[in-house]
Every structure is written in structure tokens, then in C-alpha cells.
Design a binder for this molecule. Structure first.
Ligand SMILES: Cc1cc2nc3c(=O)[nH]c(=O)nc-3n(C[C@H](O)[C@H](O)[C@H](O)COP(=O)(O)O)c2cc1C
Length: 180
């Protein structure tokens, strides 16, 4: 697959087939996602893979802030990835102070790059994904026993696609760019 085509063709998938996703395939995707750039190559993103139906349903029922759409998508997807970040490394000095005026911003920035790299790799491996930002961070952390020094950055649904959504309209180049 041509990279440029892949970048444009990947879509957010909200309907999945029931087929299970092989562990080796998920590891292949993570293998590629490791190549995402990060602050000082600190690689603070962690991929917590949930395939257990009971745990996935619990996250859907108890940690989606009452947002029914995400609840149903998590129940429907065969895999839920909790993307977490080892706290206070990306954007921080060794003494714990911020390196720049942007404070904690860089750790989310790194997580975003990892999320997209993961989703693109999944797409090139024939799988669909959805990044979800609406979730109860404390409840997700509790339910998966997340290490104390990590924060939940995003949830990502993963599975074989059962939908062919059209690309939502993109803004015009002139709206989003300035040649200064
Ligand atoms: C940070 C972030 C959070 C998002 N959160 C949600 C969400 O909670 N639920 C959802 O259905 N879609 C969510 N989306 C998906 C966006 O709606 C989607 O990417 C956008 O509409 C563009 O569609 P496309 O991904 O198919 O190009 C999120 C996307 C991003 C990047």
C-alpha cells in the first residue's frame, strides 16, 4: 500500500465483525507503532490489549461517561487498546521540572503520534480502528490495574471492519495553512 493513499484512506471504524484478532497480528502492529517518533526517543507509550469480553464490557458500561456511542463501539469491537503513557518523562527534565513552557503537553503529543501510527499500521494489516477520547480515566485505570506511574492517553477500538464509511469533509488547504 502506498503511504500517501493509506494516509487518506484510513477511516475511523465504528462497526466491527465478530472475528477474533490473532495475537501475532496485534504484535505486528505494535512492532510498527514502535517506530513513532517521540520526545528524546523516550517511547513512553504503552499498549494495554484487552480481548477479555467481561473486562471490555465493564469498561464499556462503567468508564464511558454515559456516552452511549462509545459504550456500544467498545462492546462491538473484538479488541480494546488502552493507550497509556509513562508519566513525567516526555517534556520533563531529569529533576522533574518542565523542559518548556508547554508543561505536560509533550506527553500527550507523543501519545497522539503513537495512536495514529498504531491505527495506520492496523489499517495496512487489514484492520479497522477508532481512537476514543471520551472515557473515565480513573475508572479505566482501576479496571485494568494500570501502573501508578502511567496515565490513560486514549482508548482505541480494533478489529475487522464491518463498515465502509466515507471520509468526513476536510477543510480546504487555504483554511488550514499560511505560507508566511
Ligand atoms: C483525539 C481523538 C478523539 C476522538 N474521540 C472519539 C470518540 O470518543 N468517539 C468517536 O466515535 N470518535 C472519536 N474520534 C474520531 C473522530 O471523530 C474522527 O477521527 C473524525 O471524525 C475524522 O474521521 P476519520 O478518522 O474517519 O478520518 C476521535 C478522534 C481523535 C483523533
Amino acid at each position: 500500500m502506498n503511504l500517501n493513499d493509506g494516509l487518506k484512506e484510513r477511516r475511523s471504524i465504528r462497526k466491527y465483525r465478530t472475528d477474533k484478532v490473532d495475537k501475532n497480528l496485534i504484535e505486528n502492529i505494535i512492532e510498527t507503532a514502535r517506530y513513532a517518533p517521540s520526545w528524546k526517543n523516550s517511547q513512553t507509550s504503552r499498549y494495554n490489549i484487552i480481548t477479555d469480553e467481561a473486562l471490555k464490557d465493564k469498561i464499556a458500561d462503567e468508564a464511558t461517561c454515559g456516552f452511549e456511542k462509545n459504550k456500544n463501539i467498545i462492546k462491538n469491537a473484538p479488541v480494546l487498546v488502552v493507550l497509556s503513557t509513562v508519566d513525567k518523562i516526555s517534556g520533563f527534565n531529569p529533576d522533574g521540572s518542565y523542559t518548556t513552557s508547554k508543561g505536560e503537553h509533550w506527553q500527550s503529543f507523543d501519545a497522539g503520534i503513537c495512536a495514529q501510527t498504531f491505527c495506520l499500521s492496523a489499517y495496512s494489516n487489514g484492520l479497522g480502528t477508532l481512537i476514543m477520547g471520551i472515557f473515565d480515566e480513573d475508572r479505566v485505570s482501576e479496571l485494568i490495574n494500570l501502573p501508578q506511574n502511567e496515565k490513560v492517553s486514549a482508548l482505541i477500538a480494533l478489529g475487522y471492519t464491518d463498515d465502509k464509511p466515507k471520509a468526513p469533509k476536510r477543510k480546504d488547504i487555504s483554511e488550514i495553512s499560511r505560507f508566511i
